[in-house]
Ligand binder design. Structure first.
Ligand code: HEM
Ligand code: NAG
Length: 323
């Protein structure tokens, strides 16, 4: 009896994890292009050594790819009506890293490694190089044949209330826990003043700043982003360590030092604040969740959103152009 239960639970689990990864598998290129992962890694490393902030660019590229048409490289396509031209995508960076890796992979094993997989692998390597956790990335994604800027307009916005953030993640099969965990990606990288300056001056026409901003931090942000200054000036999302993948982002959110409104709101909502507090280290042991363990799990889920496999889509020769 126990054996039968165990066996069926195991089968259920295997079924769930296979389904969760949408037909992807570990080491998909082991026979067709054994050096694929090593080439992506060394390419990301070369660019990272020149500019460590490029890691944040890699991670965000993969997130934006996955949320529109699934993780299928659609974010890499150029053209007036392509995803890349949608407002939420204008600050994306690191395209040259993906192109660099693709050029090397095409020379070694032409028409084999998808741009969608390069994005997923590069995001993993970028987090690892930033002193974050590492994980095995299931591969076998195929590149999509659709890239639409109007669809990309629905990406999460920094002004979204928690209910909207939760709902946008839920449509991608990600729950509240995944939301908080993945937004922890803001432990690295930067934002334009434009995306949060409205919090610093006359917030919601009250004449005052957003009251959830810590007073000392408010003065710093106002100095960095004057009311009529350059909206494209860059500010760290994690004021303490913008190139280090750690939990200080969550501590900052807890202390009112979150930069984006959507980040700070994670602390104001009862569904998400416990998770923030847990990652920040305050109630370690109670839920026992550790960011380093949870982030890879959530990434594998995100990396599997609506993936194309088998004979679907194509393997692009050039990541910015359909074949
Ligand atoms: C509610 C969800 C989210 C919202 C509203 C949001 C919004 C933003 C905004 C406005 C920026 C600044 C962009 C710029 O000025 O160039 C940004 C940057 C960034 N986001 Fe998110 N984000 C969300 C979730 C995520 C997730 C799930 C990840 C990854 C797992 C992520 C990773 C990043 C990274 C690494 C940066 C820095 C990029 C750079 O330095 O170039 N974000 N995000
Ligand atoms: C804040 O915005 C409102 C609405 O636009 C405006 O009426 C008010 O004068 C502004 N207050 C300040 C202090 O700028």
């Amino acid at each position: 009896m126990t054996l039968i239960v165990l066996v069926s639970v195991t089968i259920l689990f295997m079924g769930l994890s296979a389904q969760g990864q949408g037909g992807l598998k570990a080491d998909f290129y082991s026979s067709t292009c054994p050096r694929a992962e090593a080439i992506v890694r060394s390419t990301v490393e070369t660019h990272f050594n020149r500019d460590p902030t490029i890691a944040a660019g890699m991670l965000r590229l993969h997130f934006h790819d996955c949320f529109v048409q699934g993780c299928d490289g659609s974010v890499l396509i150029t053209g007036a009506s392509a995803e890349r031209n949608a407002l939420p995508n204008l600050g994306l960076r690191g395209f040259e890293v993906i192109d660099d890796a693709k050029t090397q992979l095409e020379a070694l094993c032409p028409d084999v490694v998808s741009c969608a997989d390069i994005l997923a692998l590069a995001a993993r390597d970028a987090v690892d190089l930033s002193d974050g956790p590492s994980w095995s990335v299931p591969t076998g994604r195929r590149d999509g044949r659709i890239s639409s800027s109007s669809e990309a307009a629905n990406l999460p916005s920094p002004a979204d209330p928690i209910a909207t953030q939760t709902q946008k993640f839920a449509t991608k099969g990600l729950d509240d826990h995944d939301l908080v965990t993945l937004v922890g990606g803001h432990t690295i990288g930067q934002t334009d003043c434009l995306f949060f300056r409205y919090r610093l001056y006359n917030f919601t026409a009250t004449g005052n700043a957003d009251p959830t901003i810590n007073q000392a931090f408010l003065a710093q942000l106002q100095a960095l982003c004057p009311q009529n200054g350059d909206g494209s000036k860059r500010v760290a999302l994690d004021k303490d360590s913008q190139t280090k993948f750690d939990v200080s982002f969550f501590k900052n959110v807890q202390d009112g030092n979150g930069v984006l409104e959507s980040d700070q709101r994670l602390w104001g909502d009862s569904a998400t604040c416990t998770i923030v507090q847990n990652y920040a280290g305050n109630i370690r042991g109670l839920l026992g969740l550790r960011f380093d363990f949870e982030f890879p799990k959530a990434m594998i889920k995100m990396s599997s959103i609506e993936v194309k496999t088998g004979t679907q889509g194509e393997i692009r020769k050039i990541c910015s152009k359909f074949n």
